[in-house]
Design a protein around this ligand. Structure first.
Ligand code: URA
Length: 234
């Protein structure tokens, strides 16, 4: 979700009307990442920023829903319908305030959590929580033992050193990579170092949460407790 004015974010979260939210901001009752913000136009990204009203996270103001989706190819983790034909939220009947927890590339398939709970998004996506994500990768050519070493030794992406926790060959033309950083295109970039290209990329695990035999394009409701349990166990 793109950045938005703080007053708009608060109103959308169901805290109060836009006007009333501006009053709350001026009154110093709203904090962003622990700092009181007094400007309604302050730009906030709910995926990254922790917004509280009187110390209560704003996601507490609406009923929370959680889904695990087996993302199909061709769907984008965005709300920008002008730029993208197929959005992840199009797969859900109530798309209003849903967003994805982290992102998968348009052509990546597999496990994606979809929710309206900004707090969860922060916990699962923020690199500081180091939640493991495991991917199955089909490549256009055979990955050699040397390539595996190269991938495992890591690389710098967006200023962060990404070092996979595990890299292994599953079968001919397919490797499994576990990472915890959550950087954009990280698996594709790790593979690209070897001169190979990704033909298919599927996320099969987040923490201890697995897709199982859920059909591509289908989603199922899951409780917050189940998600929290699976991301808290290493
Ligand atoms: N790494 C990638 O390169 N792409 C994804 O979609 C997810 C992880």
């Amino acid at each position: 979700m793109a950045k938005n004015r703080l007053s708009k974010i608060l109103a959308r979260a169901g805290v109060a009307s836009r006007r009333k939210c501006e009053d709350l901001i001026f009154a110093g009752r709203i904090s962003v990442n622990g700092t009181i913000i007094k400007e309604p136009q302050f730009q906030v990204d709910l995926k990254k920023d922790h917004v509280c009203f009187d110390e209560k996270h704003i996601s507490d103001f609406e009923k929370k829903v959680y889904y695990i989706l087996n993302k199909p190819k061709g769907y984008v983790c965005s709300h920008d319908k002008e730029r993208h034909k197929n959005l992840i939220v199009d797969l859900f009947p109530t798309k209003e305030r849903l967003f994805t927890v982290g992102r998968l590339d348009k052509d990546t398939t597999g496990l994606l959590i979809v929710t309206n709970d900004g707090r969860l998004s922060y916990k699962v996506s923020h690199p500081k929580f180091e939640i493991e994500k495991e991917y199955l990768v089909k490549t256009d050519r055979e990955i050699t033992a040397n390539d595996l070493k190269r991938i495992a030794s890591g690389m710098t992406i967006e200023g962060t050193f990404v070092k996979p926790l595990a890299v292994s060959k599953v079968r001919k033309g397919t490797v499994k990579i576990t990472v915890k950083e959550g950087k954009k295109h990280e698996v594709r970039l790790l593979i690209a170092q070897t001169g190979s290209e990704v033909v298919e990329l599927t996320r099969i695990r987040i923490g201890n949460l697995r897709l199982g035999n859920q059909l591509l394009g289908s989603y199922k409701a899951i409780s917050l407790e189940e998600i929290e349990l699976s991301i808290s166990q290493k």
